[in-house]
Design a binder for this molecule. Structure first.
Ligand SMILES: Nc1ncnc2c1ncn2[C@@H]1O[C@H](COP(=O)(O)OP(=O)(O)OP(=O)(O)O)[C@@H](O)[C@H]1O
Length: 383
C-alpha cells in the first residue's frame, strides 16, 4: 500500500552491464506518488534498460529497486508486473484477439468478474476515443497505428495498476498523430493519479509530459529535475547542448500564462484579473489571481499540494455570454477556459487554431509578455 511519505519507486545505485558494455552505471532516483518521470537521452544511453530494471524484465548486476518500500526481489515477477502497467512502442497486441479481448487479458488473469471487465473496457475505449460499438470487436490489424497505441494504453490501464511504465509509447506515429495522442494522454483523468515512468528520446515530448525529467548519457544521470530546471539551469555542457537546438520550442512549453502575466492585469469580458506574483521557496512562478467584480466568481484557486502552485479552475461569467465557449474541463467535468498552468505554446495554439478564441489577449500581446517573462525567468535562476 502506498504510504504518504514513501516514494512509490526508489532505485538505489543500479548497475547493469551487457558483456563489456556498462549500460547503467550507478543510477539512483525516486518517483513520488502521482508523479510523471520522463527518462530522456540519446539512443543507447540506457533508458529502456533502466525501465526494465523496474519491473524485473532485466535484473541488475547490483543495486536495488523498491516499490512502495518493498524490494522487488521479494516479489514474484508476475505479481510485481500486474501492479505495473507496461506499454511499449511495438504495442504487442495479440493479433487473434479482438480489441476487447486484448484489453481484458490482465483483468481476467486477476479473476475480475466478466461484467466488471466489460464495463471497464467500454469506459476505457470511450475515454480513448475508440467508440466501443465500432472498435471493441475489431482485430488489431484492422486498426491504424495510432488506434493500436490507444488500445495498448487501454490494456495497460485495464486492471487499474497504480504504476504505469511506458517505453516510447508514441514512437511509431507520425508527428501530427503523435502530438494529438500526447495531448489526449496528458488530459486523461485516469493517468493523473498514477505514478508514471515514460521513456522517450523526443525532447518536446519530455517537456510536455514530465513533472521531472531524468536526462541520461552513457548510463549515467546528467541531470534530474523539473523541465524548468533543466532548461534554465543546466547542470553541465551535455545538458546545455542537448536542448540547444530547441530552446524556443521548450521555453514556449515551459513558461505558463501564470509566468507570463505575473504582475499584470488582464481584461476578460469586462472583468479585471490581477495576476499577483506570489513567490514561494518552490520556484519563481507562483501567482494568485484576484477578481475585480463580485458577481464574477473566480473559484478553484486551490492549492495543489503535489505541485505547490495555485490553479485557476474556472471563470464564471454571470450572466453567461454566448461566445464564451468551454475549451477544457476539470476533474468535475466543469468548464476551464485557461489556467495559470496553460503553457504559452497551448495558448498560441488556441489563439491561432480556433475560429473564436476565448483568450483575452492577442498573439502580439502574448509574445511581448513572453519575452519579458523569459528575461525575468533567466534572471531568477541566475540569482
Ligand atoms: N539484452 C541485451 N544484450 C546486449 N546488449 C544490450 C541488451 N539490451 C540493451 N543492450 C545494449 O545496451 C545499450 C543501452 O540500450 P537501451 O535499450 O537501454 O538504450 P535506450 O537508451 O533505450 O536506446 P534507444 O533510445 O535507442 O531505445 C545499447 O548499447 C544496447 O545495445
Amino acid at each position: 500500500m502506498p504510504q504518504p511519505d514513501l516514494p512509490v519507486i526508489r532505485a538505489t545505485q543500479l548497475r547493469k552491464s551487457f558483456g563489456p558494455h556498462a549500460v547503467v552505471q550507478g543510477v539512483s532516483f525516486e518517483v513520488a506518488a502521482g508523479e510523471t518521470l520522463v527518462l530522456l537521452g540519446p539512443s543507447g544511453c540506457g533508458k529502456t534498460t533502466l525501465l526494465k530494471l523496474l519491473n524485473r524484465l532485466i535484473e541488475p548486476d547490483s543495486g536495488t529497486v523498491e516499490i512502495n518500500g518493498l524490494d522487488v526481489r521479494e516479489q514474484r515477477p508476475e505479481v510485481l508486473r500486474r501492479g505495473m502497467g507496461y506499454v511499449i512502442q511495438q504495442v504487442g497486441l495479440l493479433p487473434h484477439y479482438t480489441v476487447a479481448e486484448n484489453i481484458a487479458v490482465v483483468p481476467r488473469l486477476l479473476g475480475h468478474a466478466p461484467a466488471a471487465i466489460a464495463a471497464r473496457t467500454e469506459a476505457l475505449l470511450t475515454r480513448l476515443h475508440l467508440p466501443p460499438a465500432r472498435y471493441a470487436g475489431q482485430l488489431p490489424a484492422q486498426l491504424s497505428g495510432g488506434q493500436q497505441q490507444r488500445v495498448g494504453l487501454a490494456r495497460a490501464l485495464a486492471a487499474d495498476p497504480p504504476i504505469i511504465l511506458l517505453d516510447e509509447p508514441f514512437g511509431a506515429l507520425d508527428p501530427i498523430t503523435r502530438a494529438s495522442i500526447r495531448r489526449e494522454f496528458r488530459e486523461l483523468e485516469e493517468l493523473k493519479t498514477k505514478t508514471v515512468v515514460l521513456v522517450t528520446h523526443d525532447v518536446t515530448e519530455a517537456f510536455e509530459l514530465a513533472d521531472r525529467i531524468m536526462l541520461l548519457d552513457g548510463g549515467r544521470i546528467q541531470q534530474l529535475g523539473t523541465p524548468r530546471e533543466l532548461l534554465f539551469r543546466p547542470a553541465n555542457d551535455f545538458v546545455r547542448r542537448f536542448f540547444a537546438g530547441e530552446q524556443l520550442a521548450l521555453q514556449l512549453r515551459t513558461l505558463t500564462l501564470g509566468d507570463v502575466f505575473a504582475g499584470r492585469t488582464l481584461e476578460i469580458e469586462g472583468l479585471t484579473l490581477d495576476f499577483e506574483p506570489n513567490r514561494t521557496d518552490s520556484g519563481p512562478n507562483q501567482v494568485e489571481i484576484k477578481s475585480s467584480k463580485p458577481e464574477i466568481e473566480l473559484w478553484g484557486t486551490e492549492f495543489e499540494p503535489k505541485r505547490t502552485e495555485f490553479r485557476l479552475n474556472q471563470v464564471i461569467i454571470d450572466p453567461p455570454t454566448s461566445d464564451f465557449e468551454p475549451k477544457r474541463t476539470d476533474s468535475e467535468g466543469q468548464r476551464v477556459d485557461f489556467t495559470v498552468h496553460t503553457t504559452v505554446h497551448e495558448a498560441l495554439e488556441a489563439l491561432t487554431g480556433a475560429a473564436t478564441s476565448t483568450l483575452p489577449f492577442t498573439v502580439a500581446q502574448l509574445m511581448a509578455a513572453f519575452g519579458e517573462a523569459l528575461q525575468r525567468e533567466e534572471a531568477a535562476w541566475k540569482g
